[in-house]
Every structure is written in structure tokens, then in C-alpha cells.
Design a protein around this ligand. Structure first.
Ligand code: SF4
Length: 485
């Protein structure tokens, strides 16, 4: 068992001897006791799950659950994966990953914790494997409208590493590495090591580069809100985490800071054992509070299996320190695209005090077309999630539009043709007058529509039809005209 586990408090009424109750109440009208099953969302994994991995079989909990062990034993190539897993997977599996990596824009990096949470009896359909270890046999051809850096972050970047798209908010890319590398990363143009197909833009942790970013932020009084991201702020040294937070808080225009990290989902041990890092975060949050400014953490869970008792303990540490954590989930086919899975994820996040904030439709990114869902699938899912729990714990389902229109509520499309799989959005407060297109994965379309997408001329016709459809509906509502982005 995981040794740091703090027992849950007993709920009112639990553990009270039946005789005591009988002495106080009229037992003739008391219903017979019902079986007290733990609701699924509270049923957090708390076994020695890592011991099933041959290389970790003898590692005690006190060593496994440290950030040092997790960082040192992270897997970064298939040779290490073979050595670690041994007989748990056949040769063909490792060959499939090798071939998958050749078509992936992200390098391989997975923590021992995540690796141990994969169901090695059925890795092909496991939701954690699906997100971190690419199998060539499952990859689908890229969508013909794919663009690298589809969100156009570099196009909206006045200085290297800073994206200023929304009037009052900017993205501060502090570092270009992460504790793990997700197959579906939107920022694959910069994050992680170079791959066979992608030479990355280098945005290392660098005081001089940050200085230019601080200067830009100070020069733009309309900026109030900074997302400090990466890469992942988990990989920042504690003194750098503190320096960035303090410098930003001392700028009079800055009111809000969000530190973005996937760490809680992939290496929660760090919150519990890297005291310097957690203390630095706490100090920035406390400084913000004293200055009447808001400093929070944004994290990224995609499947209920990623939340264990270690996550709960890490979150309890942050909750004790008054640190707010919100979650931005990425909607992925065969990972979290069923109502039951998404409902469980939302309830489990809420249970450990993480606010489910956004569910993003999967961006168009190279090598991960197999992970995307259609807009229709997401709309269906949203209906099932809304109403399942409290409104403030219900995420907004958003499309982060290609070309830099920012996030749009999934229901706010101007036009959507489910046959061709083209949706048209507008973003009046970010890029007035422009239109932004979202494309369903071709796999989700009827074979006739898939055949149309093979021809360049047909694509143009379908896109033109969609734009005209959007213009028609906009003119009916507003009587105005728009240009195509
Ligand atoms: S942790 Fe975030 S930035 Fe890093 S690879 Fe994953 S999605 Fe990309």
C-alpha cells in the first residue's frame, strides 16, 4: 500500500453501532441497512500498482513515490521501455512503437508512475498508453487541412515565447520541456526534443529571454492575466518559478497568474517530496494574496485512471495551502469520448478539489488523427456531462480555433455540416470579421464524404459551401458581411 495515505474521515452515521441507533429512534420505521459501496469516483487506486512492472517489482513505496525516482527512471526510448517492461509486452509491440515514433512530432517520455498505471494485459486499448506511446498500427493519415502550429501561436508572438492574442491575456512560455511528452501536444513545434520529422523551436529556460518578455508585458497596460506555461512549469527550478511569479506580480497591470503544469496528472509525487518547488509555488500564491492578486494552478487530466490516492494526497497538500487548481482536459477518441468516462473524470476531479474548467476539442496536430473526435461527438458528450454535477464543476467544451481565433464554445458555430465535417466559427472580440474552420476527422465521415476530401478541387467546393452557409446564417442574424480568415 502507498504509505503516505491519510485515512478518509468517517462520514456522519458511519461506524455507529446499531444498538445506539436503536436506542434513539423508532426502529419499526427504519429501512433495512443498505450496502455501503464506495461511489466509483471516490474509489481511488491505492495498491502497489508499480510492482507489476518487472523493473519496479522490488521498489518500496517510500522510494517509488518520490520525484527523484520518477524523474530518474522516466522512459525516453524503446530500449529502456523493453528493459523496464520485460515480458509484459511482445516484440511486435515495441516494433509498433518504434514505427509510431517515426511518424510522431513528439519525442518519447513517460514517468514510471504513468507506465505502471497502464493495463499491460491490454495495452492496445489502454487510455494512458494511447496518450503517451504511439502505435504505428493505430495511427491514421493526417487531415488534409492540417497546419503545423495550427493555433498560430508563433504568428501572435511579439517576442520569442510570448503569445499575445486576447486583449488582456498573454501566454508566457517559460520552458520547452515537460516531465512527460504527450502524443497530442499542440505545441509540438517547440516542446521536447527534436524528432525525425520536427526540428523544434528552442525556448529553453533563459533569464535574458524572460527579461524581454517582462519588458513587453510591462509595456502593455491592457495585459492583466498571464499564463506561465511551457513545456511545463513542473520543470522550472524552484528559484525560477519564484522569480517569474514575483516579477509578474510586481507589474502594476498584472492581476492574475496561472501556472500551467500537467505534473499533478503524471508525477503527483513532486508536490509531496520536492519541498523547494511546492514551497516556491506557495510563496508566490501567498504574495499574490497579500497584493490582492490571484495566482492559481492549471493542470491537465484526461482520464479517471490518472487520479489515484497519490493525486489526492498531493491535492490535499495544495488545498491546505489554499492553492486553487483547475483542469483543462483534451477530448480524445478511445480515451475519454464516452459519457460514462467523462462523467467519472469530472466527478473524480471535483472529489480531489480540482475544478474541471475546460474540455478542449482535439486540435489538428500531426501524427494523432486517430485521437480526434468530431464536433458532433463532443456536442453529444457535453449534453451528458452538463447536469451530472454542480454547475461550477462542469467544464465548458471549447474549440481552440485553427488560425488563432482563440477558444470558442462548441455550440457557438455559425455553421456545421455533419456530412462534410466542416464547422465555421467567428471570434468577434479576438479577430473581428474573420472566420475560423474546424474539420472533423475524416474517419468519422461517410465513405462518400471521405472520397470527396481526396480531391483538392472538391475540398475547395466543400469549404466554400461552408463559408457561404456561415455567411448566410450571419446575415440572417446580423445583416453584416464577413471575410474569410
Ligand atoms: S505536458 Fe503539456 S506542453 Fe508538455 S507535452 Fe503534454 S500537452 Fe504538451
Amino acid at each position: 500500500m502507498y504509505m503516505n495515505h491519510v485515512p478518509l474521515p468517517v462520514e456522519p452515521g458511519y461506524g455507529v453501532p446499531a444498538n445506539d441507533i436503536a436506542g434513539q429512534f423508532d426502529t419499526q420505521h427504519v429501512d433495512p441497512p443498505r450496502a455501503r459501496t464506495v461511489p466509483e469516483h471516490r474509489n481511488l487506486r491505492n495498491d502497489d500498482f508499480w510492482r507489476r512492472i518487472p523493473a519496479f517489482a522490488r521498489i518500496p513505496a517510500s522510494e517509488f513515490h518520490t520525484h527523484v525516482f520518477q524523474a530518474r527512471h522516466s522512459i525516453t526510448n524503446t530500449g529502456q521501455l523493453r528493459q523496464t517492461l520485460g515480458h509484459l509486452a511482445p516484440d511486435s509491440f515495441y516494433q509498433d512503437i518504434d514505427a509510431g515514433l517515426k511518424h510522431a512530432p513528439m519525442a518519447l517520455r513517460i514517468s514510471p508512475y504513468l507506465l505502471s498505471l497502464i493495463d499491460w494485459a491490454d495495452p492496445h486499448s489502454d487510455p494512458i498508453r494511447t496518450q503517451f506511446l504511439p502505435l504505428r498500427s493505430q495511427q491514421a493519415p493526417d487531415h488534409p487541412m492540417l497546419q503545423f502550429d495550427s493555433l498560430n501561436e508563433r504568428g501572435d508572438s511579439p517576442v520569442p515565447g510570448l503569445t499575445h492574442r486576447y486583449p488582456d491575456k498573454a501566454l508566457f512560455i517559460a520552458i520547452d520541456s515537460c516531465p512527460v511528452y504527450c502524443r497530442f501536444c499542440t505545441r509540438s513545434y517547440a516542446v521536447g526534443n527534436d524528432t525525425e520529422g520536427v526540428e523544434k523551436l528552442k525556448l529553453h529556460a533563459n533569464l535574458q529571454r524572460w527579461e524581454t518578455m517582462f519588458e513587453y508585458i510591462a509595456s502593455r497596460p491592457e495585459l492583466e492575466d498571464i499564463v506561465v506555461s511551457g513545456g511545463d512549469t513542473y520543470n522550472l527550478r524552484s528559484e525560477h518559478l519564484r522569480l517569474i511569479g514575483e516579477r509578474l506580480l510586481r507589474l502594476p497591470n498584472i492581476r492574475r497568474i496561472r501556472y500551467a503544469t500537467k505534473g499533478l496528472a503524471v508525477m503527483p509525487q513532486k508536490i509531496l517530496t520536492d519541498h523547494a518547488w511546492t514551497d516556491a509555488l506557495t510563496e508566490v500564491v501567498n504574495l499574490g494574496r497579500r497584493m490582492h492578486k490571484d495566482v492559481v494552478v492549471h493542470t491537465h487530466f484526461n482520464h479517471p485512471h490518472e487520479i489515484t490516492q497519490v493525486t489526492h494526497d498531493a491535492m490535499n497538500r495544495l488545498t491546505e495551502r489554499g492553492i486553487t487548481v483547475r483542469c483543462q482536459t483534451v477530448l480524445q477518441r478511445n480515451v475519454n469520448d464516452s459519457p460514462a468516462t467523462m462523467q467519472l473524470l469530472v466527478r473524480r476531479l471535483s472529489y480531489v478539489n480540482i475544478h474541471p474548467y475546460y474540455v478542449y476539442f482535439h486540435d489538428l496536430a500531426p501524427g494523432v488523427e486517430d485521437l480526434r473526435t468530431s464536433l458532433a461527438a463532443g456536442l453529444h458528450l457535453e449534453k451528458h456531462v452538463r447536469g451530472h454535477t454542480a454547475g461550477f464543476n462542469t467544464p465548458s467544451f471549447v474549440v481552440d480555433t485553427m488560425g488563432g481565433g482563440g477558444k470558442r464554445d462548441c455550440h457557438s458555430f455559425e455553421y456545421y455540416n455533419r456530412e462534410t465535417g466542416i464547422a465555421v466559427f467567428t471570434s468577434p472580440s479576438v479577430k473581428p470579421g474573420a472566420r475560423f474552420l474546424y474539420f472533423d476527422p475524416l474517419l468519422s465521415l461517410h465513405p462518400d464524404a471521405q472520397a470527396r476530401w481526396k480531391h483538392e478541387a472538391e475540398r475547395r467546393v466543400m469549404i466554400e459551401e461552408a463559408c457561404q452557409g456561415a455567411e448566410g446564417s450571419a446575415m440572417i442574424r446580423h445583416g453584416n458581411t464577413m471575410r474569410t480568415h
